[in-house]
Design a protein around this ligand. Structure first.
Ligand code: FES
Length: 359
């Protein structure tokens, strides 16, 4: 039996007897087959006690080391959180943005690495230096143990937990809980970077009532007289850069403005949402989202270069060829007090590829 309080279990007795007696399981059964005689079970080697098993001061030192590693893990998690919230690339541009992204990535990686490494190292150090390390021989059992054996197993587990010092070594237990509790944040927080939550983000765009149409990329507001019949202008909502995710918003709100001869407009809704023959349609293809950018002035067809879906602008951008399943959404237009083209409201349906809720 091991000499410390932590190891005073019946397991240690089994080990000691087995180790010193040099008798294997096979010999115990005494079947005496030729095979067993030829390959005699050598038994377990004598148990080697660790310093922390026999010296309470050494055990206390190991305990502090384990707690220090768990504490280090907590610091790693804190570094990750601080880096995630304090070093944001948003708001910066160009070289500064790249610098911030680089710094943020390095600090996040460092924090994550320290948190995971230290908690793993602490657990290994704890197991190797303080938890019972008795060698045990257990005979193979039937698949389902008897109720007595199961009760014995539960008792053994409780004894093991007590041996590991979960109840007694409060410093280790508390520091481990302190390290484990915030660890889940490391997995959850980065999900925020996948983008805004579905919902309004899928159905709405940055177009709002009264928001001016400005040319992409120069940002110049436009008046109806700026666009000749047959003319095409790529536009975005004014001040789109002020949105929280301007790149996402640009991709959703990108719009084509086309001027038709008023008589060429066949659809009543299309006419109601136009200004002097000027119509505006989402530029995001309803097939898989490529930019629909090729306008054939003579036929009034809009072509998507990816898979050749073709939309008839005079018929409310209905699909006349290709794999797209529905028309391009139209943006209702108006003119503001200063004579500039503005959105009357947002698109009435989601832009881009169809998704699961569309009929
Ligand atoms: S994305 Fe436009 S046709 Fe496929």
């Amino acid at each position: 039996m091991r000499p410390t309080a932590a190891t005073g279990s019946s397991h240690a007795e089994i080990v000691g007897d087995d180790a010193h007696g040099g008798q294997g399981a096979g010999a115990e059964h005494g079947s005496g087959t030729e095979l067993e005689q030829r390959y005699a079970n050598p038994g377990l080697p004598a148990h080697v006690y660790r310093r922390s098993d026999v010296d309470p001061k050494a055990a206390k030192r190991r305990e502090r080391e384990v707690a220090a590693l768990f504490g280090l893990s907590t610091l790693g998690t804190l570094l990750f959180l601080v880096a995630y919230f304090a070093v944001k690339p948003s708001g910066a541009e160009g070289a500064e943005m790249l610098q911030r992204v680089g710094l943020s990535t390095k600090l996040l990686g460092l924090g994550l690495g320290i948190a995971l490494f230290a908690i793993g190292a602490g657990a290994i150090h704890w197991a190797k230096t303080l938890m019972p390390d008795d060698e045990v021989v257990v005979d193979r059992k039937p698949m389902r143990s008897s109720d007595e054996d199961r009760a014995e197993a539960v008792a053994a587990m409780k004894e093991g937990a007590a041996g590991a010092g979960l109840g007694r070594r409060k410093l280790i237990r508390n520091s481990l809980l302190g390290a484990l509790a915030p660890l889940g944040l490391l997995a959850i927080l980065p999900l925020r970077d996948l983008g805004p939550l579905p919902g309004a983000a899928l159905t709405g765009t940055a177009w709002k009532p009264g928001r001016r149409l400005v040319t992409d990329p120069t940002g110049r507001p436009i008046k109806p007289e700026d666009i000749p019949i047959g003319g095409v202008v790529h536009v975005l909502p004014e001040d789109i850069e002020e949105y929280e995710h301007p790149i996402n918003e640009r991709e959703k709100a990108t719009t084509l403005v086309i001027r038709l001869a008023p008589d060429d407009i066949k659809d009543q809704k299309q006419r109601d949402w136009s200004v002097d023959g000027i119509v505006a349609y989402s530029k995001v293809c309803t097939h898989v989202g490529c930019p629909v950018g090729l306008y054939e002035q003579q036929t009034h067809h809009l072509l998507c270069p990816c898979h050749q879906s073709t939309f008839d602008v005079t018929r409310d951008c209905a699909v006349i060829f290709g794999p797209a399943a529905r028309s391009l959404p139209q943006l209702p237009l108006a003119v503001d007090d200063e004579g500039y083209l503005v959105a009357r409201e947002d698109f009435h349906e989601p832009v881009g590829p169809s998704y699961w809720e569309r009929g």
